[in-house]
Design a binder for this molecule. Structure first.
Ligand SMILES: [Zn+2]
Length: 491
């Protein structure tokens, strides 16, 4: 009899718990879809602080702003400092085209480009088409000591971005091998819009690397293809700044049952400085703050701790999230899942599960209660290029939100990434989706029976080798640090 009543008691307790979890989830998603300060927050961040390049005053002020937002909402939060050995900065870039015609093109340095000599450098421009091996073979010896002009297709979406990165990585290597002085990348966006891109393999190619306004680059290309001759004169002053201290903002809502087990969701606070970092990634910073704020407001208590991270130094190579994995190394076995939201404000249709099929199954499950919001897909492909990266290399289960393209690719890292490009209505639906998935993971009955932190050997075989990540890791300049062991799990 006693046994039966205990069983009944536990049974009712379980039903009570499930009911509580369900009502928490319903309340939280409803409040996030309602009237919240998310839009005002985003407007403040983008318009008042502007572009937030790590190491600048605007960035430091944005960190304090983020911290204050959490604290004002009653969420425990702190700044966590970390050191960056050095940051690349573009002091100035001036360029002239001369020869068959003379004009001043619009140009911007690529991240990692090297400087020219102080008085500038002048060299012929050689058309190498799209910069394929055949194109370089055709251009032959003329490449040596020249600037190569590399064409890019118009970039209309995220796929276009990855194609551009991948093509540039190949062209960079070929140009370096053929002895070019520098690379002029035709901008992939119209109306002379400029943007900051990463030059692959970092500084190692030793090339001057620029993006030229699309119309200006097309003009050069037409002249060269009509047998004209052009020289390119550039004076490019970039520098490494020396050691910098930067900060992440880490907020948390403690788990009531397993406080040491952590679900961490985050977005990066820093941006490049040409625009004001709205779709990349202010909108999702505002989302993190709003989810935490509404959880506290609604009294939602997760079984496990949920941490909210505003990462810094993401654009230069995910330095902030890397620093977190070092600072919290002793806790990583207990990190159940890490989620990054970094692809703007287009509709979240699901999540990348980054080479962890165990998480694909769970993610599908936790999305079920919010199926009406449109998120139901999982793609088990590892994403390289944002703040999940170091968690992936530390063997921690990680997700990246997958979005329908909306104003993202065409404004990526560009002067046009501003508040007015954000889909504010969708951003609220995305908040509800992210909150539901975070809460779903935090409230799971168990997880270690299904997945655990991977060892270095498992990461190497199951993630890096199985998914052929070498090329994309090289493309983003993070391959060497994995190989030499300065990044990723030690054993
Ligand atoms: Zn981003």
């Amino acid at each position: 009899m006693k046994k039966i009543s205990y069983t009944l008691f536990y049974c009712f307790l379980a039903i009570g718990l499930t009911a509580q979890i369900n009502s928490d989830l319903a309340n939280l998603t409803a409040t996030l879809l309602g009237d919240t300060p998310i839009e005002e927050d985003l407007q403040e961040l983008c318009d008042q602080y502007g572009g937030r390049v790590t190491g600048t005053e605007a960035n430091a002020k944005a960190v304090d702003w983020g911290l204050r937002k959490f604290i004002d909402a009653g969420v425990a939060a702190q700044k966590e400092s970390f050191k960056i050995a050095s940051l690349w900065v573009e002091n100035s870039t001036i360029a002239e085209v001369s020869g068959t015609t003379n004009f001043t093109p619009k140009v911007v340095a690529k991240y990692f480009s090297k400087s020219t000599p102080k008085d500038g450098i002048t060299a012929p421009i050689i058309d190498v088409g799209y910069g394929t091996p055949e194109d370089f073979a055709k251009a032959g010896d003329a490449v040596k000591g020249s600037f190569v002009l590399v064409e890019n297709d118009l970039c209309l979406d995220v796929d276009g971005l990855f194609t551009e990165y991948a093509n540039a990585a190949k062209a960079d290597a070929l140009a370096a091998k053929a002895g070019a002085i520098g690379i002029i990348n035709m901008a992939s966006r119209p109306k002379k819009l400029l943007y900051r891109f990463i030059a692959s393999d970092g500084y190692d190619h030793g090339l001057i690397n620029l993006v030229m306004g699309r119309e200006d680059a097309k003009r050069c290309q037409r002249i060269l293809r009509a047998d004209g001759k052009l020289d390119f004169s550039a004076t490019l002053d970039v520098a490494y700044s020396g050691e910098q201290t930067s900060h992440n903002v880490i907020a948390e809502i403690k788990g009531y049952e397993k406080p040491d087990e952590v679900v961490i969701i985050g977005a990066h606070l820093d941006s490049w400085g040409l625009g004001t970092g709205a779709n990349d990634n202010g909108c999702n910073v505002a989302m993190m703050i709003d989810i935490a704020r509404q959880m506290v407001k609604m009294g939602v208590k997760p079984r496990r701790t949920i941490r909210f991270a505003l990462w810094n130094g993401e654009e230069q190579g995910y330095f902030g999230s890397q620093a977190y994995t070092q600072l919290h190394q002793g806790e990583l076995d207990q990190h159940i899942m890490k989620m990054s939201v970094d692809i703007g404000s287009g509709a979240i249709i699901g999540f990348f599960t980054n080479g962890r099929p165990e998480l694909a199954k769970v993610t599908k499950e936790v999305m079920k209660p919010i199926a009406g919001l449109g998120a139901n897909s999982v793609l088990d492909i590892p994403i390289v290029g944002t703040d999940n990266f170091d968690f992936m290399l530390e063997g921690v289960g990680n997700l990246v939100a997958s979005h329908k393209p909306f104003n993202y690719g065409q404004n990526y890292h560009a002067a046009s990434d501003t508040y007015d490009k954000v889909d504010l209505e969708q951003l609220k639906r995305n908040s509800a989706i992210v909150a539901a998935v975070a809460l779903g993971y935090a409230n799971l009955p168990d997880w270690k029976v299904n997945w655990q932190r991977q060892s270095r050997a498992e990461i190497a075989t199951e993630i890096v080798e199985k998914h052929n990540l070498e090329f994309s890791m090289r493309m983003f300049g993070v391959w060497k640090s994995w190989v030499d062991g300065s990044r990723g799990r030690k054993e």
